[in-house]
Design a binder for this molecule. Structure first.
Ligand SMILES: *Cc1c(COP(=O)(O)O)cnc(C)c1O
Length: 382
């Protein structure tokens, strides 16, 4: 099996060289737009591409307002801040996530609560959230509190793992019931839809990432998706130092961030957005060929949930057990085909080890078994 998969992936990418997990794809459009910013000298915080990029992402996702930021972690930081999260608040998220989700929380002094994911979606489980709240929280007119310390439970942050949408209807309903804000970490799910609506448009604020390994890239970059225009204007204001418009005076009316995406990066983003639908098609075909390859084997592919259309950003398999996984990763990597285990659970990292959590049964089960496969979009000739 392991030799077969190496050959299979080499056939797909038609190379004898190292095959990465996910590499960006550029052509003349990227070159043209980036050169325009250099020729105009507008490479920095002012320039037409930023606005254009925000418009493109806004239209594609159907959000009220999209605000570009310097990276996805910054987008998440501002999204949480705009949702009202402050120091010492509790924020519910999944233990099975990339560390950036928790870093954004950490730097605002908020504390994570790590709850379990669904095995089907690899994303936050509404049942786990519901159960944890019923056992640990109380609701009053001011919001939701952790019974044992009185801390406010301010936000729930599902992460759409590898582009597979979490159960957003159920999570939204829990948020409404308990008076908690929904903030989506949609960093991996540009192009993923939940029941026909783009991920990141259910939360009051959500974050996208355009890091080099994401489905489209701006080099580094992110976007805050804002559910209403008022909130969107506020996010734009605070990400751009909270300066009141004036021809020459410097007056800033609240603590701001300098989280602006430079115009040169936005230029790259505008070009990449023009290709997003093509990337999505190619990724869907690539996922299908992996599914065919592993059909009738002991390895299970992670597939889009029945209610969703996933972007298949990173293909993932579930190995029968940890020994199988370790061997699979060893053989593929030594054959220069990059594969990676899923992240270690957040509560195992030293800075998050004191976080509250539930039993994390599914998270631990998945942690031992999930492997990512090369997922760069490519024209398949088979
Ligand atoms: C990529 C990613 C982010 C944000 O990453 P940046 O590198 O800061 O753009 C956040 N959360 C998740 C789950 C991610 O995969």
């Amino acid at each position: 099996m392991n030799d077969d998969i190496v050959n299979f992936i080499r056939d797909i990418y038609k190379t004898k060289q190292f095959i990465p997990l996910h590499a960006p794809t550029f052509s003349n459009i990227e070159r043209k737009y980036v050169l325009e910013t250099i020729d105009s000298t507008y490479v920095s915080s002012v320039g037409a591409f930023v606005h254009r990029f925000e418009e493109q992402v806004g239209i594609f996702t159907g959000t009220a307002k999209a605000v570009a930021t310097v990276n996805g972690t910054a987008a998440l930081h501002v999204a949480l801040y705009a949702a009202g999260v402050r120091a010492n608040d509790l924020v519910i998220t999944q233990a099975l996530t990339f560390v950036a989700t928790c870093n954004a929380l950490y730097h605002m002094g908020a504390k994570p609560v790590f709850l379990d994911v669904d095995r089907e979606t690899l994303s936050l489980s509404p049942n786990s959230v519901k159960m944890w709240l019923e056992n640990n929280a109380e609701r009053d007119e001011k919001g939701c509190r952790y019974k044992y310390s009185g801390q406010t439970i301010k936000a729930i942050v599902p992460m759409h793992t590898f582009g597979h949408p979490a159960r957003l209807d159920e999570l939204s309903q829990i948020c409404n019931e308990w008076g908690i804000a929904l903030v989506e970490d949609a960093a991996e799910s540009l192009g993923s839809f939940y029941k026909g609506k783009h991920t990141g448009t259910y939360g009051c604020f959500s974050a996208l990432s355009f890091n080099g390994n994401k489905i489209i890239t701006t080099g580094g970059g992110g976007m805050v998706l804002c559910k209403d225009l008022e909130g969107g204007k506020h996010v734009k204001h605070i990400t751009t130092t909270a300066k009141q418009p004036h021809p020459y005076e410097f007056y800033h009316d609240e603590p701001g961030f300098n989280y602006r995406l430079p115009n040169i990066n936005a230029a790259l983003g505008c070009a990449q957005m023009e290709k997003l639908n093509t990337f999505l098609e190619l990724k869907r075909e690539l996922a299908q060929s992996y599914h065919n390859f592993f059909e009738n084997s002991e390895v299970q592919c992670v597939k889009e949930p029945s209610y969703a259309q996933s972007n298949y950003w990173l293909n993932a398999i579930i190995c029968p057990d940890k020994e199988y996984r370790d061997e699979f990763i060893r053989i593929t990597n030594s054959a220069e085909v990059m594969t990676r285990p899923i992240w270690q659970l957040m509560h195992r990292l030293p800075m998050f080890s004191s976080g509250l959590r539930d039993d994390l049964q599914n998270s631990q089960w998945l942690e031992e078994r999930v492997v990512n496969l090369p997922s760069t979009p490519v024209e398949l000739s088979i």
